[in-house]
Design a protein around this ligand. Structure first.
Ligand SMILES: Nc1ncnc2c1ncn2[C@@H]1O[C@H](COP(=O)(O)OP(=O)(O)OP(=O)(O)O)[C@@H](O)[C@H]1O
Ligand SMILES: [Mg+2]
Length: 468
C-alpha cells in the first residue's frame, strides 16, 4: 500500500485511492493539490473541502514539508526503501526550560515561542542543507549526510548548531527572559531503512549509535552549549575551536565517551589550513605549474599585475600549489592576503572580505561592539594613512556601530557600494606600496557577486590584461 493510500484511508477517504493512483498523485503532488484540481478529478464538494483541510493539517502538523520527505524518498527509491549504509551526522537540539515556561506562560504565547524556536532551527538546518527528521515541540532532530550527502556534513551540522544558538537567543519573548538551547551532535555509520510512521510524521528507521549518542550529549549539555563526541571532532579538524571536556560515563553506553564542546569557528585563514591535520607532506610533481606561478609573480614584482586562475577537480591540489608558491617565496618580502569564499554564503555581499578583515583585526564572535571598533581602527591605522576616511565605510561593512566617533554616512546603497570598493582599493594600494602582494581568493566559484565585482575592480585598477 502506498503512502497516499494509507493516508486517504486514515482520513476516511479510501475510496479515492485508485483515482489518485491512476492520476499519479504521490506525496509531493498531493501537497500541491488545490480545489480546482480536485474538482477536475471529480471529487465531490464536501470531500474536496475535507481533503484540502487534511492536506493543510498534515503540512502544519510538521514544519517539515511533505516535499522534503519526498525528496528523501526519491533518493532511496520507493516507499518500501531498501536499507542503506550511510555515514551520518545527527544533530539534536532542545529548548532549555520549556516546562517551566509552560507553567508561566499563556498557552497561546507558549505556542508562539515554540513556533519561533522551530522556525529558527528549521531555517538553520535548511541553510546548511540538512534534513529535518522530526520536530518534537521543544526539540528538533536533524540529519546531515542523508538523504543528501555532502563531503562536509559534520561541519554543516556544527554551523547549523552555532546558528541555532545565536538565532534562538536573539528571540524576544513575553517574559523578557532569553531562550537557550542544548545541542548534541554525533557522527557514525548508520543503516537507514524504510519510512516508518504515517503521513507527514513519517521518518526513516535508523539503526546505529549516532542518534542515541547525540541525544545523550544533548542531555548533558549546559544551556547554549554544543557538544560533540570524538568521531565528529575528528571530522572537524581545525575548522572550529573546542574545549576538551574529557571522558564522560554516559547512561546506556558501556564505555566512557570523550566529549568536546564547540566554542566557535576557528580563526584559520582558509579551508585548506583548517583541513590539514599536522605537517604538510612534501610536494609531489607540479613543477611546471609552480614555475608558471613564479614567473607571473616575477612580472607582478616588476609592476605588471597578474591574474592567475587555478582550476581543477576538488582535492587535486589547487590550494597546495599556492602554499608551495609561498614556500618558494619565503625568503622574499611580500604581502599575502587570503580570502576564503564559502559555499554557505554565496549570496552574502563581501563575505570573504568581511571574514578577512575580522580575522586581520582579531575580531571574533565574542568581541563587544566598542572593542570591535577599536580593533578595526588599530588595523587600519597600521595599514594606511587614510584610516580616518576608510574607517566609517569599513565599520559599516563589518556592521560595527560607530556611535559618535564617526558621523553617520548619508549615502544611497549604490554610493555606499562604490565608496566601499574605493576604500578597499585604497587599503590594497597602501599595502602594495611596501612590497608586492599576493591576493588569493580561495574557492572563488563560491564568491558572492559583490566580491567578484571587487575582483574586477582590482583587475581594472591595476590594468591587468589577461588571465592565466
Ligand atoms: N602535488 C601534491 N603533493 C603533495 N600533496 C598534495 C599535492 N596535491 C595535493 N596534495 C594534498 O592533497 C590534499 C588536497 O589538496 P588541496 O586541498 O590543495 O586540493 P584543492 O584542489 O585545493 O581541493 P578543493 O577543491 O577541495 O579546495 C591536501 O592534503 C594536499 O596537501
Ligand atoms: Mg582548495
Amino acid at each position: 500500500m502506498t503512502d497516499v493510500q494509507q493516508w486517504l484511508e486514515k482520513i476516511g477517504l479510501a475510496q479515492y485511492a485508485d483515482l489518485f493512483a491512476k492520476n499519479d498523485i504521490d506525496w509531493e503532488i498531493l501537497a500541491e493539490l488545490n480545489e480546482q484540481d480536485l474538482e477536475k478529478l471529480g471529487v465531490s464538494l464536501g470531500h474536496r473541502k475535507k481533503l484540502i483541510k487534511a492536506i493543510s493539517e498534515a503540512r502544519s502538523a510538521s514544519l517539515q514539508a511533505p516535499k522534503r520527505l519526498d525528496e528523501a524518498q526519491a533518493t532511496i527509491g520507493t516507499a518500501n526503501a531498501r536499507a542503506e549504509r550511510r555515514h551520518l551526522t545527527v544533530l539534536l537540539c532542545d529548548l532549555v526550560g520549556s516546562t517551566a515556561l509552560s507553567a508561566r506562560l499563556d498557552p497561546e504565547d507558549l505556542r508562539g515561542i515554540l513556533h519561533e524556536f522551530q522556525r529558527c532551527c528549521g531555517d538553520a538546518i535548511r541553510r546548511y542543507e540538512g534534513h529535518i527528521a522530526r520536530f518534537m515541540g521543544d526539540g528538533v532532530l536533524a540529519y546531515f549526510g542523508f538523504p543528501t550527502a555532502h563531503e562536509d556534513d559534520a561541519e554543516r551540522a556544527v554551523n547549523t548548531a552555532l546558528e541555532m544558538v545565536e538565532s534562538v537567543s536573539a528571540l524576544a519573548i513575553p517574559t523578557a527572559q532569553k531562550l537557550e538551547v542544548r545541542v548534541g551532535i554525533a557522527s557514525g555509520l548508520v543503516v537507514v531503512g524504510d519510512l516508518i510512521g504515517e503521513g507527514p510524521a513519517r521518518e526513516f528507521a535508523l539503526v546505529g549509535d549516532a542518534p542515541n549518542l547525540a541525544a545523550r550529549l544533548q542531555a548533558i549539555a549546559e544551556p547554549n552549549r554544543i557538544l560533540v563526541a570524538s568521531r565528529t571532532r575528528h571530522l572537524l579538524g581545525k575548522l572550529f575551536e573546542f574545549a576538551d571536556l574529557g571522558d564522560h560515563n554516559i547512561k546506556g553506553l558501556d564505555r566512557p565517551i570523550h566529549v568536546w564542546r564547540v566554542l566557535a569557528s576557528s580563526s584559520v585563514a582558509s579551508r585548506f589550513e583548517a583541513r590539514q591535520s599536522s605537517h604538510l607532506t612534501p610536494l609531489i610533481g607540479r613543477q611546471a605549474e609552480l614555475a608558471l606561478l613564479q614567473k607571473q609573480y616575477g612580472k607582478a614584482k616588476r609592476g605588471k599585475g597578474q591574474v592567475i586562475l587555478i582550476s581543477g577537480e576538488p582535492g587535486i591540489g589547487k590550494s597546495r600549489l599556492v602554499v608551495a608558491l609561498r614556500n618558494r617565496l619565503a625568503g622574499e618580502m611580500h604581502g599575502f592576503l587570503s580570502f576564503q569564499c564559502s559555499s554557505y554564503h554565496t549570496s552574502s555581499a563581501f563575505y570573504p572580505v568581511i571574514q578577512h578583515l575580522e580575522r586581520a583585526a582579531g575580531i571574533t564572535r565574542d568581541t563587544l561592539p566598542t572593542d570591535r571598533l577599536d580593533k578595526l581602527e588599530i588595523l587600519l591605522r597600521q595599514q594606511t594613512e587614510q584610516a580616518n576616511s576608510v574607517m566609517p565605510l569599513l565599520a559599516v561593512l563589518l556592521s560595527i556601530p560607530t556611535k559618535d566617533r564617526y558621523a553617520p554616512l548619508e549615502l544611497t546603497p549604490q554610493q555606499l557600494k562604490n565608496r566601499t570598493f574605493s576604500a578597499l582599493l585604497a587599503l590594497l594600494e597602501a599595502s602594495t606600496e611596501q612590497h608586492p602582494v599576493i591576493l588569493v581568493f580561495e574557492d572563488v566559484h563560491w564568491a558572492d557577486p559583490t566580491s567578484l565585482e571587487l575582483l574586477e575592480r582590482i583587475r581594472d585598477h591595476y590594468r591587468i590584461g589577461g588571465c592565466w
